[in-house]
Design a protein around this ligand. Structure first.
Ligand code: GAR
Length: 213
């Protein structure tokens, strides 16, 4: 049984998708938030999952916060740490501590649109396809080995809200899939490439036609 700790900062819909996937061989040991009012904490608690808050505003600097966060995480001895809408930049020391067992979902087709406001920036750039990426976390922000991506079309008349909703629906598909592959020991890191073993699963999902999203 693999033990998983999920970090959130807000709504937690991606965490919820992973919990609801009930991945065989995986146990969600805890959900930890850096914000006391994160909506996702209530869902996790209702599922009987341990929850904790490590409030970043209570710490003098990033290093102190990251040390407290690591202590909370490590009390559950996780095999995998999942950043599901966790909106804090992590120190290199923290990332190194979890090397190879720390993954993140980012709302763009990396390496395009690292950082914030990805959907707005995609619309402003006039790209025709957009999407989301699950990747291993490395010290460089939003740059680690890619495990899976989902592609959505950008439609004429899209707003930031409509594009966000289309991408989010795909996030809820690919994040549980990435976790499942890791739990099944099918993902290995080869330099900056994450390779998934098993035929017929290239690690890309194309969204269904937009009218059904
Ligand atoms: C998701 O869209 C995720 O990709 C994004 O925050 C949202 C969280 O939603 N993450 C980042 O922007 C990380 N830089 P959720 O709380 O409902 O899962």
């Amino acid at each position: 049984m693999k033990s998983i700790v999920i970090l959130i900062s807000g709504r937690g819909s991606n965490m919820e998708a992973i919990v609801r996937a009930a991945i065989p061989g995986a146990r969600i040991a805890a959900v930890i938030s850096n914000r006391p009012n994160a909506g996702g904490l209530a869902f996790a608690a209702a599922q009987g999952i341990a929850t904790a808050v490590v409030d970043h505003t209570a710490y003098a600097d990033r290093a102190a916060f990251d040390a407290a966060l690591a202590e909370a995480i490590d009390s559950h001895a996780p095999d995998l740490v999942v950043l599901a809408g966790f909106m804090r930049v992590l120190t290199a020391d923290f990332v190194r501590h979890y090397e190879g067992r720390l993954i993140n979902i980012h709302p763009s087709l990396l390496p395009s649109f690292t950082g914030l406001h990805t959907h707005k920036r995609a619309l402003e750039a006039g790209v025709r396809v957009h999407g989301t990426t699950v990747h291993f976390v490395t010290a460089e922000l939003d740059c680690g080995p890619i495990i899976i991506q989902a592609v959505v079309p950008v439609m004429t008349g899209d707003t930031e809200e409509s594009l966000t909703a289309r991408v989010l629906a795909q996030e809820h598909r690919i994040f549980p899939q990435a976790v499942r592959w890791i739990v099944e020991d099918r993902v290995c890191i080869d330099g900056n490439i994450a390779r998934v073993s098993g035929a017929g699963e290239p690690g890309v999902m194309i969204s269904p036609p937009p009218e059904s999203v």
